[in-house]
Ligand binder design. Structure first.
Ligand code: FMN
Length: 232
């Protein structure tokens, strides 16, 4: 199995350690794991030039930095997005990276490989905000087309892994084990839900009618999605 992990921060705190617990349960030596730390591996904000949407993603001024991550995501069977909760949301760095993948949201040019992948979103907070942060990451994966998305959020009541109580660490370990079993079963078996299928059809109708962006429309046409073809 190929796994792409995106860490929304550089430091190795509670979120990082929980990601590692998942990787430990989910993988063995035969698996390939690509890890990207932000902002080390992508340190640019979207500048709002619209070039990715209008002229193709390879014209993004930050293409050289985004491309290796895009390539890894394309090969992944499992995509893990992770972030500590910062003011009820994900880290700014992760938001900046995800903005760069707006072009591959379903209303634009979804990547057909996404429609069989599994996603896992992970966040930790001192007390609250995991639901909102996880929802943000889930929204991105969903609109990329990822059909099965798991989430794990934990209020750790701490500002670092070493400050988490032993009791809480035991609970985390149990929860990670249980969720990992489910994730393992679904990797390689995920299929689009009715919600994804309906949304995709609506996006197709929109592309048929719209002349706003020929780059998006040509993409849908070339893939045969305007004449009934589907990426799954
Ligand atoms: C800028 C900033 C904003 C934060 N916002 C929240 C918040 O909205 N809710 C919360 O419960 N904790 C908040 N925290 C605490 C962290 O989310 C929490 O300690 C988290 O577990 C840290 O994860 P890490 O060890 O992986 O860095 C914030 C911390 C920072 C530095």
């Amino acid at each position: 199995m190929n796994i792409t992990v995106i860490y929304g921060v550089m430091h190795k705190g509670s979120t990082y350690h929980i990601v590692k617990l998942f990787l430990n349960r989910l993988t063995d030596d035969s698996d390939k794991i690509d890890e990207f730390f932000l902002p080390r591996d992508m340190d640019q904000n979207c500048c709002g030039c619209f070039s990715c949407f209008l002229n193709g993603e390879n014209t993004c001024p930050h293409f050289d930095k985004v491309h290796p991550i895009a390539e890894s995501l394309e090969k992944a069977d499992l995509i893990i997005l992770s972030s500590p909760v910062y003011v009820f949301s994900i880290s700014g760095q992760l938001k900046s990276l995800l903005d760069h993948f707006g072009y591959q949201w379903m209303p634009h040019r979804p990547n057909k490989t996404m429609f069989s992948k599994v996603g896992l979103v992970i966040s930790t907070a001192a007390g609250a905000g995991m639901k909102k942060a996880n929802q943000n990451m889930k929204d991105n994966l969903f609109y990329w087309g990822v059909p099965k998305i798991y989430s794990y959020g934990k209020a750790v009541e701490a500002i670092g892994w070493e400050n988490i109580s032993h009791e809480k660490k035991n609970i985390i370990e149990r929860e990670v084990n249980n969720l990992s079993r489910k994730i393992k079963k679904s990797v390689g078996r995920a299929r689009p839900t009715l919600k994804t299928k309906i949304l995709f059809s609506i996006m197709g109708l929109m592309q048929k009618k719209s002349k706003w962006n020929p780059t998006d429309r040509d993409y849908w046409e070339k893939n045969g999605w305007l004449t009934g073809g589907r990426p799954w």
